[in-house]
Design a protein around this ligand. Sequence first.
Ligand code: HEM
Length: 448
Amino acid sequence: MNKKDKNSRNKADTDHGIPAPETQLFNTKFSRRDMLRLTGASGLGLLLGGGGVGGIMAARQAAGRAVPAAAALGQNEEQAETIPFYGKHQAGILTPAQNFLCFASFDLTTTSISDVQKLMQAWTTAAAALTSGTMIGTANDKPNLPPTDTGEADGLTPSKCTLTFGAGPALFDSRFGLSGKRPASFTDLPAFTGDSLEPQWCGGDLCVQACADDMQVAFHAIRNLARIARGTAVLRWTQEGFQRSGSADPSGGTPRNLLGFKDGTGNPDVTDETQMRNIVWNGSADGTAWMNGGTYLALRRVRFRIEVWDRSSLSDQEATFGRHRQSGAPIGAGDEFAELNLAAADATGKPLIPPDSHSALAHGDGSVQMLRRSYSYSSGMDLKTGQLDAGLVFISFQKDLMKQFVSIQQRLSKNDRLNEYMVHTGSAVFACFPGVREGGYIGELLLG
Ligand code: HEM
């Protein structure tokens, strides 16, 4: 099968020109090469019966083979991995944070709920393709029509791409007849002390969080989802983010934020199902049925006053976080993961960890937790001041925004030492739907 044959399928298996799932496999660069390798052995049977690229990878690994495609493609194995799209929960929440973020907020331009349903159906099919490294629709080599896929990810591996979808509180206004389905505690965030929010970084009817180990793969996903949405929804804002890459830190240690501190140490254990049930996932007893298996996302675009921070002493910086910069350990401890002992004091009775430090205030009595999954951002220079516009795309997941995010942020916004060095410029919350099963679509319990 040469490239032309592969791309010369009939267009538009769906309204949006996205192929039926069984055709997607053959649009995958990755799988085509592998298919040639695998057909001699158990390959073709696995390809036809398995679950897309993830199935191929799993089958290859189960068969005890090395994963050949990564090296053959000049990629490291990390970039070649596929994260399954279908499942009980959406991916991109407990998934260890990939290297890059491309976050998009959308406004619906329709008032018809059936248009929203069609969009979510089309997005589901597209997302399954995008996260498995498959071209969207047919590549379309008719010279008088635009290609169905924008093409910049052609030949790239899935790069652990995940796409996570959510609905903003605005979706539950009078436009779609959904107001009765809004969970009681799901509203826009209250104003916090010191907020300096700019409307161009706030709100939205729907969100898509794209994460991948390759920025071009993440960007391609958002671009194509926005393209598919044309006529139904438009982009409201986007924000890109990054962290140190897996290849720069093969040990996989806690990443550092742009203030130089390890960020994520105090997170709950994502492999502990009980903790995740208590902190992240809504269950059948929580809120509304359509969120069973879902979670709430809080995003804050936080700009750092980098130049001020860079002039402050190491001891001031450590007192600000309540942690040592080099090790990430709580002040007075040597191990990054040592318990925060807020009662520890020096000989004069002064607490070792300042009570108004970020860690102490965020921790509180330890009874309220959340899962943070933030990225750094750098958006060039502020032309007015000549300073860097850089900071943190703070993202957290929790089962209840009011009890978790809001209660902690209220404490932080009033007293956190870190406030001197940052300003919150953007804010949004989204209800991230439960996962989707094959044949279903994202948000169907809400919209169906
Ligand atoms: C510019 C913004 C922020 C920066 C740079 C930042 C950075 C950090 C750092 C370095 C730590 C200590 C290491 C760790 O446990 O991860 C930490 C802990 C924490 N932060 Fe933040 N953070 C920011 C904003 C927020 C916000 C807005 C919230 C929630 C409303 C929050 C909640 C927490 C929590 C819950 C902890 C863990 C505390 C514990 O040990 O129990 N942070 N943050």
